[in-house]
Design a protein around this ligand. Sequence first.
Ligand code: AMP
Ligand code: MG
Length: 409
Amino acid sequence: MKPMTDLTPLEDALRVVLEKSEPLETETVSLPEALGRFLAEDVRADTDKPLFDNSAMDGFAVRSADLAGASEERPAKLKLTGESSAGSGESLRVQEGTAVKIFTGAPIPEGADAVVPVEYTEVRDGFVYVKRSFGRGANVRFRGEDVRKGDLILSRGQEVRAYEVGLLASVNRAVVRVYRRPRVAILSTGDELLEVGEPQTRPSQIRSSNHHMLRSLVEGAGGVPCVLGIAPDDPEQLLGWLRTCSRYDVFITTGGVSMGERDYVQHLVGKAGIKVLFHRLRIKPAKPVLFGTYGGGGLFFGLPGNPVSCAVAFDLLVYPAIRSMLGAREVFRRKVKALLVGGYSRRDAKRREFARARVWFDGGAYRCEPLPKQQSHMLTSYVGANAYLIVQEGVRELGEGEEVEVILL
Ligand code: AMP
Ligand code: MG
């Protein structure tokens, strides 16, 4: 076994990965396609918003001066002269002693300077009776009070969520410039692997979960998954696959990257033009992770075969790389402090551990409970998990109620 000093600390590995993960080229996409992408341009308001003074309420547009002293007992009496509904009413006027019926979003008629909500009024015989006074500007949404024409409303690097899609539409943008999504190849390796639906012919075969899980992880991170399927532990076939790496921005393999005799990936990557930058990390699970680069900006990740290790390695290293290629400003998942419920202990404290855990908010703080079955082949440890509990190097024991750091999934 190689000595522990061979293991790369996570910080160093992350620094190397992020140094090599540049935002990709930009492209122009339609609004629905923009969801989940990151803006590659600044977006400015096309007009003042609102573009015209309009009503914030259903009610009556009035001159506030006409309401002086109005009360329940002595309501102001105003003659109704028209109606302004959303999308109409542009030519209406309110003169002294008159009012115009108005609806939310409708233009304020010339001469009016306030809107009386309908609940303070009564209508009889062509007149509206107003039972209290309202000041200038009451219930009026003024031109430009949200943004002025030319104001910066979204800046480069901003994630396009549903809200930004709405904002872009509101400034008349049908298309927007964003960073391209990385194309990510996914290859499971192992003679024992069986595709979902394939009949089991030998008891030693296992279902390949990794490439299915990775497809969803890549998709969730914003990448474009390209699933290549399962490759046997055969150097020639593996090399054939690895040599296709230049077709993708990222190439992920799982399995065959550890210390076994049939773990070929590490011995083949060089022949495929992949330059190895680190192998083996000081973390648990997911020690055997190989990272390298190829071509002009391609990233290679040889992830461990054990499904939990594969997932942890993806979350810690591949996820930030994909976010960075997408042009995200914040590439990491959220980390918070939590109070440990139930304690946690381990025998070997040499590596930083990422234990699947359940986190919830209670009594003003996050609480974190590690889940059972923490071994790296037990994917069931993710059932009910929404976080990784971080156990630092050198820490053997964490007590009940102790403050810990967690990564939210
Ligand atoms: P390896 O790193 O190739 O030695 O694989 C480590 C463990 O992970 C072995 O028990 C493999 O059977 C298992 N494994 C490898 N690839 C996959 C996969 N695609 N899906 C599920 N388990 C896998
Ligand atoms: Mg294997």
